[in-house]
Write a protein that binds this ligand. Structure first.
Ligand code: PGA
Length: 251
């Protein structure tokens, strides 16, 4: 699974042109699910434009209430039908917009309630890493994000390990770091919901992923895909990452 997080980039018109270009470059492979997370503004246009067998769509954010007096917000209920996935708990939401585990948990529940698959992002800051707190942070974010879900609901979700220090810095984590973190996350899910559920949860890596380093993660045990940000905005590079996933999946 490859999820391109475009963040706050591209106007509606630019997004539409970009998807047109991307569609000719990204080959449809049955073993790779390709998901695009454009700005919310572009979703209605792109949801009509994309061929769902080639690209699925994700929301980058939403509010957990279904409707009401929440100026400026949009809900999972309103996203229904436009997107299949929703990114929840991205470090930029946690650190720039002050979202906490309880907000993230409410969003995960709202997504599931409206049949959107959560892509729950977890990851430690540089400071937490230096202080040796990585395992504790991942534990708290996984438990905090998934609490109140049934085993059946957890089975379908996606978790992304995104160490904050690796995002947008060019300082990507080593495959060994990613392997350890992914093992820990899966063990945590297993502890809460059992081995079968833990095996079915897809776990991605994100943080300065590029066409050059993608294969090293895609061949790392336990990693089911990638969540590139910056490199998802370059059509050649993004399609090369999808190709790398296709090749890794065949092995
Ligand atoms: P990056 O972003 O690939 O630009 O580091 C990843 C992310 O924030 O999901």
């Amino acid at each position: 699974m490859i999820v391109g997080n475009w963040k706050m980039n591209l106007t509606i018109h630019e997004a539409s042109l970009y998807v047109h270009k991307l569609a000719s470059k990204v080959k449809g492979h049955r073993n790779v699910e390709v998901v695009l997370a454009p700005s919310l503004l572009s979703l209605p246009t792109l949801s009509l434009q994309v061929e769902r067998r080639q690209f699925k769509l994700a929301a980058q954010n939403f509010y957990w209430q279904d409707e009401g007096a929440f100026t400026g917000e949009i809900s999972a209920h309103q996203l229904r039908g436009l997107v299949e996935y929703a990114i929840i708990g991205h470090s930029e939401r946690r650190h720039i917009f002050g979202e906490h585990d309880k907000d993230i948990r409410a969003k995960v529940q709202a997504a599931v309630r409206h049949s959107l698959t959560p892509i729950l992002c977890v990851g430690e800051t540089a400071h937490e890493r230096t202080a040796g707190e990585t395992n504790g942070v991942l534990h708290d974010q996984v438990v905090g994000g998934l609490a109140n879900l049934t085993a059946e609901e957890v089975a379908g979700i996606v978790i992304a390990y995104e160490p904050v220090w690796a995002i947008g810095t060019g300082n990507n984590a080593t495959p060994a770091d990613v392997e350890n973190a992914v093992k820990l996350i899966r063990r945590q899910v297993e502890h809460l919901y059992g081995g079968d559920i833990a095996a079915s949860v897809r776990i991605l890596y994100g943080g300065s992923v590029s066409a050059d380093n993608a294969s090293s993660y895609l061949t790392t045990p336990g990693v089911d895909g990638l969540l590139p940000g910056g490199s998802s905005l370059k059509a050649d590079e993004f399609s090369a990452i999808v190709e790398a996933a296709h090749k890794a999946g065949k092995k």
